[in-house]
Design a protein around this ligand. Sequence first.
Ligand code: PDD
Length: 287
Amino acid sequence: MGRTVYVNGAYLPENQAHVSIFDRGFLMADGVYEVTSVLDGKLVDFDGHVARLARSLSELDIENPLTADELLDIHRELVRLNDVVDGGVYLQITRGAPGDRDFVFPDPEETKPTVVLFTQSKPGLADSPVAKTGIKVISIDDIRWGRRDIKTVQLLYPSMGKMMAKKAGCDDAWMVEDGHVTEGTSNNAYIVKGGKIITRNLSTDILHGITRAAVLAFAREAQMVVEERPFTIQEAQDADEAFITSASMFVMPVVEVDGAAVGTGTPGPVAARLREIYLEESRKAAI
Ligand code: PDD
């Protein structure tokens, strides 16, 4: 049985949902997205995702077609209709389908944004066995555009990066620019050295992860020391621990970087503790 998805105001079976071939998301990657995780049938960090969505749209001059309350209703309805217990809701908003291809933005009075949402069911998402063994990453050059703080649907390079990692027998790639790690292909990157959590500072170089914000707040509350600055691959290889964060992976230990074991080569206590705190607090605060 297929899913029920949302397209421009309608809840439809997935095989009956369509968008135009002239949609600017399809032709020009002219759109933004969010992924909100679902635990126990509830939305995690929803307010953060909606706030970042509004910012991404505003940076691209795309009209925000729905209020936060309307978005919450749609998310909840899709979770309900699809019986999602654990998993996520994917949301995409594009500049719409003007009826032809043109580099010039269409008149927003005539062309309304396209809104698509669908669910992904992932039973046992929070109990992933991978969290017990950790993941391996390779480093690749970061050749993405300069506005990585906007969550656009231009995911070709991250997708290629994931394939390069797979080919190398690894799980993911950390992107490097000017000698320093920016972020993972679909997550933020961290190392732990001497008890200190180090992660790149916010700028247009990286996506401002919603999970990152929550995890750093929890770390500080737990009296852990956080240093927001760029770090190198060499530092990661010499670190005691490494990990990533994202809405779909929560806090995930990294045990190998470019073939070198990080610390003991097994998930470390800081990542494990942060994962535990994040999951516990997220479940409590989920809506
Ligand atoms: N990716 N950096 C990049 C490049 C990302 O694509 C993501 C999220 C993150 C982490 O952000 P957050 O904590 O808000 O999920 C960082 C999502 C999960 C995806 O593309 O599926």
